[in-house]
Design a protein around this ligand. Structure first.
Ligand SMILES: NC(=O)c1ccc[n+]([C@@H]2O[C@H](COP(=O)([O-])OP(=O)(O)OC[C@H]3O[C@@H](n4cnc5c(N)ncnc54)[C@H](OP(=O)(O)O)[C@@H]3O)[C@@H](O)[C@H]2O)c1
Length: 395
């Protein structure tokens, strides 16, 4: 039995181009390396050739050392990647060479509830090397088959934002979204737009908030029944409630704003509704609502961290069945422009998911000793004029 199926082991690429996070100084901490070695493929691993990656807010703050769940020094960043299986270890049964796959952010979260060790150890692009590299080996259990109805760019947006939206709407099974329910989304980021699309596909009503009238118009075009400009209407929670049948409130809120938006969410929530606590885009506040609000509004607040592999597979089946296409920002960044992609998202210039074409580098030379054709100009650009093999520039 060969140890690798697909290409012969001696024909697999031995090095890869990749980015790593060296330090906590923000996007300058992102360092390119064109000659990272690829360890020998383990028996239960798949070697993935990545084509596209997409960014999440988490990836931005990891470079600033502010990620809640921590990250390792020198990690290959970014959790969300889509690629093709290049080779598989001898004991791999879930995939074969040529299969199209996506990464699971918390590698050990296969089904059911997450455990402390899954959360502590599993985050791809945080404590586990991520997808900003041409080639990466992942345990077969930490990969998911790509929806057949999406291309690599579209599919690369699913692993975190879409899965978080899906888990928020369906993860609490006794309160799973039903046709006719009302969902409130906040802003036009990745999580919120997926929630809008999933909710409409399920026959629910959607009330969406956003910062501008032009974005409100796009939200309506995407199917939102109502769009509220939260800058012009600071009491948007009550406005949202007034838009629901008999003023009873909304069934599900995807709370991406955090402490500063939560008080409005409590004004909008229906009795027995669910507020999924997801993010903190609106910053921190000392005057945030207390747990007593849950009692006075008789609702559930539920922390959500992405989702399990099982939920990911169920979501992908729903995407294929419903024909949902992820909303992807029109600007697609090349692999050498990773820092620009981070900055673009940081400045909130995006609408929908920000994607990076990982295979935009010159073609790999699959059978050469090095595995990658060197492009001096390209990599000098990537490393701000320094040769990345120079130890001063490389760390
Ligand atoms: N718990 C998890 O597993 C999980 C998973 C994914 C993301 N998150 C968190 O969820 C949050 C959103 O993530 P994302 O990937 O969707 O971000 P994103 O794509 O960067 O979206 C950011 C959007 O949020 C909106 N926004 C900013 N401040 C807001 C505020 N005060 N109130 C309402 N909307 C506001 C803006 O849209 P408008 O201009 O239209 O208002 C902005 O475009 C982040 O905090 C992220 O860390 C958590």
């Amino acid at each position: 039995m060969p140890s690798n199926m697909g290409r012969r082991a001696d024909m697999l690429p031995s090095i890869t181009s990749q980015w790593t996070v060296e330090g906590k100084s923000g996007f300058d901490s992102l360092k390119p390396n064109e000659k990272a070695s690829i360890p020998e493929l383990g028996d239960t691993e798949c070697l993935v050739h990545f084509h596209y990656a997409s960014l999440n807010y988490r990836d931005l703050i990891i470079t600033k050392g502010k990620y809640l769940f921590g990250s390792k020094i020198g990690v290959v960043p970014v959790s969300d990647g889509a690629g093709t299986v290049e080779a598989v270890g001898s004991r791999v049964t879930r995939f074969k060479p040529g299969d199209k796959v996506l990464t699971l952010i918390n590698q050990g979260h296969l089904s059911g509830a997450p455990t402390p060790s899954i959360v502590e150890n599993g985050g791809v692009g945080g404590k586990v090397d991520g997808v900003l590299r041409q080639y990466g080996a992942f345990n077969e259990q930490g990969l998911v088959a790509m929806p057949s109805s999406l291309d690599f760019k579209q599919a690369s947006t699913l692993p975190v934002a879409a899965l978080t939206a899906w888990n928020s709407l369906y993860g609490l099974e006794s309160r799973a979204l039903k046709p006719g329910d009302t969902v409130l989304t906040q802003g036009t980021g990745g999580v919120s737009l997926f929630a809008l699309q999933f909710a409409k596909a399920a026959g629910a009503r959607v009330i969406a908030t956003t910062s501008s009238d032009s974005k409100a118009e796009i939200l309506r075009n995407l199917g939102a029944d109502h769009a509220i400009n939260y800058k012009e209407d600071p009491n948007w929670g009550e406005t949202a409630r007034s838009l629901t049948p008999d003023n009873l409130g909304v069934h599900h809120i995807l709370e991406i704003g955090g402490p500063n938006t939560l008080s409005q969410s409590f004004k909008a929530i229906k009795m027995d509704g669910v507020i999924s606590i997801i993010g903190f885009m609106g910053g921190y506040s000392k005057n945030q609502p207390s747990f007593v609000e849950c009692l006075s509004h008789i609702c559930t607040t539920r922390g959500v961290l992405a989702g399990s592999r099982q939920q990911f597979e169920e979501m992908n089946a729903a995407i294929d069945a419903s024909g949902i296409k992820p909303v992807v920002d029109e600007k697609v960044f090349a692999f050498e422009d990773v820092r620009e992609a981070y900055q673009y998202m940081w400045e909130q210039k995006h609408f929908g998911k920000v994607t990076i074409q990982v295979d935009s580098l010159p073609e790999s030379h699959p059978f050469s000793d090095s595995g990658v054709v060197r492009s001096e100009t390209l990599w000098r650009n990537m490393s701000n004029g320094h040769d990345p093999s120079d130890p001063v520039a490389g760390c």
